[in-house]
Design a protein around this ligand. Sequence first.
Ligand code: C2E
Ligand code: MG
Ligand code: MG
Ligand code: MG
Length: 276
Amino acid sequence: SIKGNHKLNYAIYNDKIEKKVLLESKIEVEMESALQNKEFQVYLQPKVDLSTLKILGAEALIRWVKKDGTIVYPNQFIPIFETNGFIEKIDLFVLEEVCKYLCCRKENRESLCSIAINQSRQLLTNPNYINLIFEILDKYEIDSSLIEIEITETLYIENKDILLKAIEKLHERGIKLSIDDFGSGYSSLNLITEIPADILKIDRAFLVYSEESEVKNKVIKKVVQLAHELDMKVVCEGVETSKQEEFLCDIGCDMAQGYLYSKPIQIPEFESLILL
Ligand code: C2E
Ligand code: MG
Ligand code: MG
Ligand code: MG
């Protein structure tokens, strides 16, 4: 009966929630020791210049590599860390790992590359946090122009004034700012008029559906033009086919990132890739 089905659905739903809660509390119990035991690892995904097809940088993406080798992906734990506050430690950890890497490859002037790190929006609206970023850059004597900070668009801009101050401080220091996942949220147009970003990253979902949709292609083309008019560079993420690459070249998109070039890889692997 319908009633019976209802009960069953409810039971399945309940079971799902229970599992989710269990998984979340497991993550919370394990996170501190995981950080100490070096289970968090920074992977790098190459970013390619579309006019030369050469690697000119990378994005740092965190992975939780468990003792038994299983990999937990950021979508499973970043939102939890954003609620319980652990995100600060994690985002600073990623920055520090990236700085260590950039520091040890300082001699390779001929193969300079910049690295983008994802920083939770809520951290940047804590005025003190920017100083923590600068402390790490100082510690490793990193040329700030090699660091980009990616923030995602959200429904509305919280603490806009503080965020703008933070961006100003980052800019004074020479750090670039990217708007990540552009086109996936609701506030896109507002965001680019209110946040002085240097780079616009078009969300993967936009490109995926563009193959079936002439309209989407037109929109991507216009977004690239708009970004250029606002003095921003454009990165398209999630490029998987050469057809997509060709399209992006045609419309003058600056950079691309995606499985067509490489998945996110461990730092030594990335290093050998750029020295090729
Ligand atoms: P994101 O910053 O938009 O990163 C791009 C995501 O798309 C990555 O997922 C990447 O592996 C995936 N990707 C790249 N190219 C392709 C492609 O061609 N095809 C497909 N199907 N996927 C592709 P990942 O690594 O799972 O990261 C998910 C999200 O987690 C990131 O999205 C970012 O928002 C967040 N994140 C990752 N690392 C950090 C971090 O250290 N701190 C913070 N705050 N957030 C992070
Ligand atoms: Mg990103
Ligand atoms: Mg993105
Ligand atoms: Mg994304």
